[in-house]
Design a protein around this ligand. Structure first.
Ligand code: SDX
Length: 363
C-alpha cells in the first residue's frame, strides 16, 4: 500500500460515464466527445445519456418529467425564510435540498436534477427583493431556469447558451464533488445524501467555488494594461489565480473553448457588454505567460471556470450564485456516479497510516 497526496495517483473507480484525458485535453461522455454534444444536443438528452442503464423505465425524453419535477420541488420554496435568504446562495440551496427525501428511484433522481435550478433562481430573486417564479413544466430546463431567474421568457440565444453550459459541466470523471457523492452512495445512504455531499464539496473555491472569484479578479484588474502587474502581485502574495490550473489537465481544458463558443453564439444574437470577452482574453493571455514563467515545471492552463464566469455573467446570474448554477449541471453527474457506485461498487473505505503519538503504556 502506498500513500498518495490528494489521491492523485489512485484509480478509485471504474466508470462508463466519463473520461478526462488530461494529456490530450479531451472529455468523453459515454463515448461522445464534448464537441459532439455541446450545442448539438440538450441537457435533458445528456441527463438521459448519463442515466441510461442506471434506472428502470427511463423515458426516451426526460424533458416533461424534469419539468414536472421542477413544479413539484417548487413547493419547498415556501420554506425559504429570511435566514435562508441571508445565506450565500449555494448554502441556501444546500439547506433546501436537505429537506428532500432520500431514495434511489428515478423520481427522486429527477427531483434532485430539478431542485438546484428552482432553488438557485428563487434565492437569487428573494435576495433581490423579488418573488420567486412558478416553474413552467412545458419548457426546457435551461429555458425555464432563465425564466425563473428573470421573470420573463429567455431572450434570443440565452436558453441555448445556458443549455450549452449545463451540458459542458454535467460530468467530469472523479472530481472532488463526484468522489464525495460516490463515497456517500457507497454506504447506501441514498441519492439525496449523495447529492448533498457533492454540493458541499463543490462549494469550495478550489473546485466549483472558483467562477465567482474570476469575476472579482477581472473587475479588480479593470483594464488590459493592468493585467500583468495585478497577476504578478497576486502570485507574489502566493494567491491562486481562479480559473487556472487543474489536477488532471496538463493542457487547455477543452470546456474553456466550448464555453467561449457559447459566449460568441450568444453575443451574435444578443449584444453583450462591449469588449468584455476581448478583455477577458487579454487577461487569460497575460496569466498564461506569467504562470509559465512563475512555474516552468508545472503546466498551468485555463480551466472551465474562467469562461464559465463570462458566460454566466452574460446570462445575468449574479457571481455569488455561480456555484449554484454549476450544481444545476453537475447534479446529473453526481446522480449517475452514485447509481454506478451502488450498482457495482463496494463501501469506499481507504486506509490511513497512523503518525500520531505512540500509545501510552499502562502504568
Ligand atoms: C474545477 O477535478 C475536476 O475535474 C474539477 C473540475 C470539474 O469539472 O469538476 O474541473 C472543476 O474544480 C476546476 C478547478 C477550479 N479551481 C480553480 O480555478 C482554483 C485555482 N486552481 C487551483 O487551486 C489548482 O489549480 C487546482 C486546485 C485546480 C488543482 O490543484 P492541484 O492539482 O492540487 O495542484 P497543486 O495545488 O498541487 O498545484 C501545483 C503547483 C502549486 O505550487 P506549490 O504550492 O507546489 O508551490 O501549481 C501551483 C500551486 O501553487 N498552482 C497555481 C495554480 N494552480 C496550481 N498557482 C497559481 N494559480 C493557480 N491557479
Amino acid at each position: 500500500m502506498s500513500y498518495s497526496d490528494g489521491l492523485e495517483t489512485v484509480i478509485a473507480a471504474h466508470t462508463v460515464l466519463s473520461d478526462v484525458d488530461g494529456q490530450a485535453g479531451r472529455l468523453t461522455l459515454r463515448g461522445w466527445s464534448l464537441d459532439q454534444l455541446v450545442g448539438r444536443t440538450t441537457f435533458e438528452s445528456v441527463v438521459r445519456l448519463l442515466f441510461d442503464g442506471f434506472f428502470e423505465d427511463l423515458p426516451k425524453d426526460l424533458t416533461a418529467r424534469i419539468g414536472q419535477a421542477r413544479l413539484q420541488v417548487y413547493r419547498e420554496v415556501s420554506a425559504i425564510d429570511e435566514a435562508l435568504v441571508a445565506l450565500p446562495v449555494v448554502e441556501g440551496v444546500r439547506a433546501l435540498m436537505a429537506r428532500l427525501v432520500d431514495g434511489d428511484d428515478l423520481t427522486t433522481a429527477l427531483t434532485l436534477v430539478a431542485a438546484p435550478a428552482v432553488f438557485t433562481t428563487a434565492l437569487i430573486r428573494l435576495q433581490a427583493g423579488e418573488s420567486p417564479i412558478l416553474p413552467d413544466p412545458a419548457l426546457s430546463h435551461a429555458a425555464d431556469s432563465l425564466r425563473m431567474l428573470h421573470g420573463r421568457p429567455a431572450g434570443p440565444g440565452e436558453a441555448e447558451a445556458l443549455d450549452a453550459y449545463l451540458v459542458t459541466v454535467c460530468d467530469h470523471g472523479l472530481n472532488a464533488s463526484t468522489f464525495a457523492a460516490r463515497v456517500v452512495a457507497s454506504t447506501r445512504a441514498g441519492l439525496t445524501s449523495a447529492v448533498l455531499a457533492g454540493l458541499s464539496a463543490l462549494k469550495g473555491p478550489l473546485h466549483g467555488g472558483a467562477p465567482g472569484p474570476v469575476i472579482e479578479m477581472l473587475d479588480a484588474i479593470g483594464k488590459p494594461e493592468r493585467a500583468r502587474p495585478w497577476i504578478e502581485a497576486a502570485l507574489e502574495r502566493g494567491d491562486r489565480l481562479m480559473g487556472f490550473g487543474h489536477r488532471i489537465y496538463r493542457v487547455r481544458d477543452p470546456r474553456a473553448d466550448a464555453l467561449k463558443g457559447a459566449i460568441r453564439r450568444l453575443a451574435a444574437q444578443a449584444p453583450q457588454r462591449p469588449g468584455r470577452l476581448e478583455f477577458a482574453e487579454s487577461v487569460e493571455i497575460a496569466a498564461l505567460e506569467i504562470l509559465k514563467a512563475h512555474r516552468p515545471d508545472r503546466p498551468l492552463d485555463v480551466n472551465v471556470e474562467f469562461y464559465t464566469a463570462l458566460l454566466l455573467e452574460a446570462l445575468q446570474f449574479p457571481p455569488g450564485a455561480f456555484t449554484g448554477v454549476f450544481a444545476m449541471g453537475r447534479v446529473a453527474g453526481w446522480l449517475a456516479h452514485a447509481r454506478e457506485q451502488q450498482a457495482g461498487g463496494r463501501l469506499i473505505r481507504p486506509q490511513s497510516r497512523y503518525v500520531g503519538p505512540e500509545p501510552l503504556r499502562a502504568a
